[in-house]
Design a protein around this ligand. Sequence first.
Ligand code: IPM
Ligand code: MN
Length: 365
Amino acid sequence: MLRLAVIGGDGTGPEVVAEGLKVLSAVSKKVGFEFSTKDFNISGDRYLAAGGDPNKQTIPVIHEEEIAQLRTYDAIYLGAVGHPKIAPGILEKGVLLRLRFELDQYINLRPVKLYPGVETPLAGKKPEDIDFIVVRENTEGIYTGMGGVQYKGMPSEVSTQINCTTRFGAERAIRFAFDLCRRRNSKKKMVTLVHKTNVLTFAGSTWFNAFNEIGDKEYKDIKRDYNHVDACCMWFVKNPEFYDVVVTDNLFGDIITDLAAVIQGGLGVAAGGNINPKGVSMYEPMGGSAPKYTGLNVINPMAAIGAVAMLLSETGNNKGDKKLAQAGDMVMKAILATTPKMKSQAAGKMGCGTKETGDLVVSAL
Ligand code: IPM
Ligand code: MN
């Protein structure tokens, strides 16, 4: 029994999650496994309704008891948390970063795949040219909140934001990337480390040395490559076909995966996973809560359905459950069979509604 915690969240989050669960239900019947879902009402809406201040965090966005409960599930399926009335940072830190840190979801996994029939802004690139995956370290780097501000509001105001890099954190991300590369077994069989070793010489060498030492000792079958992050942005656009698995630190990963999302056709299709291979992972569409589209049946659920495919494949792999892994492959195949039938992947331009898109994937299954 696959036990899922579901956080629909704000705006269009619940709508896309409903389509993902529709597809999950269809594939579970086909493959023959059972699953249960439990809804968690964690959202910006709830925060405001409970009297939270929209300008600074005054009450928890997610409660201790909820975190304790979430720990007991096999995986978390998240729609979107974001509210136009709440100041930036409150929900991001209060939900997303909090869960990443507390559940030690140390990998942010972002497949970058151009589905058939989907438009990419890169001239002349085809689905076979855009098919790689980014492994972003998800609990360290500049995201930890270490640092501070002194003399606030004075002309002498000074702030530091520390890039906390540990050998332990780099190693586990690097090993995940090499293992994933073996698992993908693409013709390239290559992992590219992305950093900025020419300027960030301290953190850069921790990553660079870990990458090469681990690669040499444990993964001789896999080619190694290194890009500076600025050059990587250039190559993602010019030669995406070059990449297989990319591993990088938290902030660099945040930035390059938005660039990667746009080359695979945008937020309508991009899905991500916040993964703790031995713990509770969380899967989500990359897009936000899109408040202006809420309740209109126009948002594209494909990214949320892609998140279900990833949830099944990764949970299957982490728990050694072949049925789940097989179900993940089937959902991915159904997505690939569905995108050519759609007019566009942009909200409101798909040629069908949110629910009908979910139905198309179910019938492809
Ligand atoms: C992402 C998002 C988050 C991040 C924000 C919302 C905190 O951009 O998942 O990539 O920066 O990690
Ligand atoms: Mn981001």
